[in-house]
Structures are given as structure tokens and as C-alpha cells.
Design a protein around this ligand. Sequence first.
Ligand SMILES: [Mg+2]
Length: 419
Amino acid sequence: MGGPGRTARGRRAGRGAGGAAPGGAGAPRAAAFPDVVPAPGLRLVALDLDGVVWRGGDVLPGVAEALDQVLRRGLDIRYVSNNSTAHRETVSERLERAGLPAGVDRVLTSGFVTARWLRERLPEGAPVMVIGEEGLLRELREAGLAAYHAGRVDRAPRQSGAATPSGARGAGGQNGVATPSGVAAPAGTPVPAASPATPPGVPPDTPSPGTPPGVPPATARVMLPALVPAAVIVGMDRSFSYQTLAAAQAAIMSGALFVATNCDATFPTPTGLLPGAGSIVAAVATAAGSEPVLMGKPGPALAEVLAAVTGIPAGQTLFVGDRLSTDIAMGRAAGMITALVLTGVTGEEDLRAAERAAAAAAAAAERAAAERAVAEEATAAGTGGAAAAGPVAAGPALPDHVLADLRGLAALVDELRRP
Ligand SMILES: [Mg+2]
């Protein structure tokens, strides 16, 4: 882990010396350093947060010095996180307390991007149900949506101003959850799950003979909103429960658009991995029999918003992340230069396995291409026979560079700036 940086795809990258830059942490932006020559190609360093900048509550070693050196080289810094639990302002305050380059405009989260995406498709005041935490609710409300938590349907709006999102499934031609009489129930009406108003999939309000002692039976009443929300947004939620799962299921099965802030199965903490938003999204998807629209990495939305808000094209952006399947996959797909740090989810062994899988996929693709050429030749010669190979699955995304930790960042930036 402490060895020199290396490349995963051929480019050489040195490990940063990690030495303190003159001026110390919190020094002004690069413009204050006339000796700094702006990078001709590279202009922006975008970093994931969890597992890259910090892990759990702890800032990782050498991060403040590394980011200070990036600024001194005339490059800009942005943080791009799949974590939707905190509002950007909260993240910025945390960065500031840690002595790192901060500012709301420096922070992009999956919650922010989700709110932005939804607001482009829904009218102001559209009701949206949330399985998520306060930061996500705040992002959605600031974007003009009437966001309420799935556990607090009593706070759902009484009037629907929602239109069906463009490109989304229809809301079944109704805005109210169907009641036996076909009349929408008043907001927050507790609906006994066994009543005829039980939405599809809500368990009956009868004690289960198999309920273990001390566990509330699946009897508890499921609160249904008076109106089907325009969308159900699912992210990381440490209050996630059977009841919120049932509420989300009912809304999605009634026609609400299903949106996931991210699908990270786990997230790293100093004591190991904990379940991430992806674990909750999978539960909702299973219950509702529906797949979500994905907003976070590896989807393209965060990369697109990053380019839009900075005006810096992907090709002049170095993306630093700790997870191959999200950070590196998004960065590669967007055309960024990518670097994997081994301080988070993806470890050395995972990287080796991914390299072997990528090599196997490349070999399979080569074989398939050769078989296709033979088949085409045979067809042209009229001899028939050979069958063309079918499609070959792509291998995992590999990073352009690998760093043991962020102490190697400045040396990598210098390497990339060399003509
Ligand atoms: Mg991460």
C-alpha cells in the first residue's frame, strides 16, 4: 500500500512525495502563486469522498497536503459523491472543519443531481416520497419539490400538482391511492393493511404465526398518502424499515416513478463495510418488481453536471475514486482520466481480480472477432459453415492510474501535466 504509484493501463505515475507545500493548508487559490504554470491539459481534479478523502469520521492520511498542492498547481478541485445523506452545505462545512478546500459549489452529490434531474421533469410542488435522510429531503425541497419521508406520509401534500414525469411510466391515470370507493383518502389516513384499500403487496393486518417474540408483527398499519407521489426517491437511510419499504412499494406499484440516488451495495467505515443505499434500493426493487432510474455513479448524470457547472470538459478532468464499479466506471465512460486509490472499497486483491477479468474479456473479444472474420470469409466464398460468434460481455472498467493513497496525487498531477 505504501509503494510507488503505478499504472493499470500503461501510463506511468509516480507516487507523491507527500511533503508539505509552502504556505500550508488552507492557503489561497493558485492565482495567488505567480510561479504556478497552469496545466495545459489537465484543469480539474474531481474526487470521490468516502474512501478517498475520508473514511467514516476520519480524514485519510495526507489529504490536506495533497489537495493544497493540487490548488497550487493551478487546478480546480471538486468533490463528487454518491452519498446522498448530507446536503452539500453540510459536506462543505465538514470539509472546512477538516482544513480542506471547501465551498458548496465544490460539492456535487447524488442527492443534488437527483433533485436537479427530477425538477427538469416535474412541476414545482410535485409530491415526491423519499427513503433517505435529511440532506436528500433538503436538496429536493430546495429544488422546489414537495418531498416527504416514506415514514411520514402524514406530511404528504393533499393536493397533487404532479404531472407524470416525461419518459416515466404513467401514474395509472389517477393521483389518489385507490380506496374501495375509488375516493382518495385524506392525507395521512392510517389504512389498516387488511382493509380493502390494501395496495398490492402490502401484507395483511393479521399476526403472523411465525412472528418471533418481541418483534412487532407485520401488522402494523401502513400509512398511505392521499395521493400517489410523482416519484419515489430511494437513497441511504439509516431509519429504513419494513414500514417505509411497504410505503415505497405501494407508491411505485401505483405508478410513481422509481429513482435511486445510487446503488452502492456497501460503504466503507473505519471498522469495515456497512450496507449502502444499493442494499435498500434492491429491497424496494424486489418488493415493487420494478427497476429504478439510477442517478449516481456509474451512471452519467454526475459527470454531466460536473462538466456543466465547471465548464471543464471530461478530457481535462482527473477523477479519483476508490471503487472500480462506480467511480472508475463513470470516469472511463465519460472520457475522464481516472485514478484508483486503495484506501476505500476496492483493494489490491479486487484490482488484481478485475485485471484478470478484463484480460479474459479482451481475449474473448479477440477470439470472437477472429471467428466473425472466418465466418464472413466463408460466406463470401459461398462455402457457408462457420457460425459468427455472439456478443462478448465487456470486462470491468480499469483505472488509468493507481495510488496507494492521496499522498501520491501531486506527483500524478505533475506526471499528467508533462507534455
Ligand atoms: Mg467511495
